[in-house]
Write a protein that binds this ligand. Structure first.
Ligand SMILES: Nc1ncnc2c1ncn2[C@@H]1O[C@H](COP(=O)(O)OP(=O)(O)OP(=O)(O)O)[C@@H](O)[C@H]1O
Length: 309
């Protein structure tokens, strides 16, 4: 792999089809060591398939990728030794205890016996699972299962960690704790590749790729994606946001509308369209309490890009 010293992951026209469906469509990506890369997209965008290709669980239809310096085509086994992977269901055995799950993964990855006690103690410690080590995994809360899944994925001290929608169905407090752990891992120099459908989480990554129908539409730091796309956005406070949304959607020059409580975020073709939107709402008798230009959130950008397709 070129630049193998600096890159953790490189893909070259990586493609995977299932019959008529192209789940991953000519992906070319470079992810440096030490990055926390977020693959963001709605359900069905191709995130899980990308992850299965990069973890050498599934073969591509065409193209290639290198992970930790090894090709997914020929060196899948070498890759598996050097990565950690947490699938959507955390990969746990519910009828085994917390400790038994960790030992199972330690056996799977041939972690030397003499290194195990210290590693297991550290992993149980950071995941706050020490008091629960005898509990069956099936009896843990969602947040605890997630942390156990992470501990299992880290038992062999991988260089690259793949997390497939790790916070799906996990409560907000556990989610915040989980992200804290990820930042600690990053400080230790691990590269993290995480997929998520939550855009607030994407904003926590060092770099984000927005995926839609198998392709990455943009790939940049979250702030630059938000700032550089030049999509004018306005936020409107209205009474009756649902009714207002329908009206605004029909205005010429509006790219997309999303509702946040009693506020609307409206993406526009040009900033002058804002006047037309306000005029239309007034004409329909809908009061706009306040309006201001806003920087689009990542979610706004994504919705505008997908709807603008
Ligand atoms: N094994 C398979 N056989 C047939 N089609 C598949 C298979 N795996 C994925 N697909 C299709 O490929 C596309 C991408 O799916 P993928 O699961 O990678 O998306 P995703 O972004 O991870 O979504 P989700 O969050 O729902 O898992 C979808 O249209 C899906 O139906």
């Amino acid at each position: 792999m070129d630049n193998s010293d600096a890159l953790a992951i490189k893909t070259d026209a990586l493609t995977r089809t299932f019959g008529e469906t192209t789940a991953v469509d000519g992906l070319s990506l470079e992810i440096k060591k030490g990055e926390l890369f977020g693959l963001v997209g709605p359900d069905g965008a191709g995130k899980t398939t990308t992850m299965r290709l990069l973890t050498a669980i599934m073969e591509p239809t065409s193209g290639n990728a290198w992970v930790a310096g090894h090709s997914i085509l020929k060196e899948g086994e070498r890759i598996k030794e050097r990565i950690g992977y947490m699938s959507q269901r955390f990969g746990l055995y519910e009828d085994l205890t917390v400790m038994e799950n960790i030992v199972f993964y330690a056996d799977l990855y041939d972690v030397p016996q003499k290194e195990r006690p210290a590693r297991i103690e550290r992993l149980l410690g950071f995941s706050n699972l020490t008091p629960f080590k005898g509990r069956l995994a099936g009896k843990l809360s969602g947040g605890m299962k997630q942390k156990l899944g992470l501990a299992c994925a880290l038992i062999h001290t991988p260089e690259v960690l793949f997390l497939d929608e790790p916070t799906n169905g996990v409560d907000p407090v556990s989610r915040r704790d989980f992200w804290r752990i990820l930042y600690d891992l990053l400080k230790d120099g691990i590269t993290i590749f995480v997929s998520t459908a939550y855009l607030d989480e994407a904003e926590r990554c060092t770099r984000v790729g927005l995926m839609h129908r198998g392709s990455i539409l943009v790939d940049d730091v979250p702030a630059r994606i938000k700032g550089s796309l030049g999509i004018p956005m306005v936020e409107l406070w209205t009474a009756g946001a649902r009714q207002a949304e329908e009206i605004v959607r029909g205005v010429d020059g509006v790219r997309s509308v999303s509702i946040y409580g009693d506020r609307l975020h409206v993406a526009l073709e040009r900033s002058e369209v804002a006047g037309r939107v306000l005029g239309k709402l007034k004409g329909e008798g809908i009061e706009v309490r306040e309006q201001r230009a806003i920087l689009p959130s990542l979610e706004d950008v994504f919705i505008a890009m997908v709807e603008g397709k």
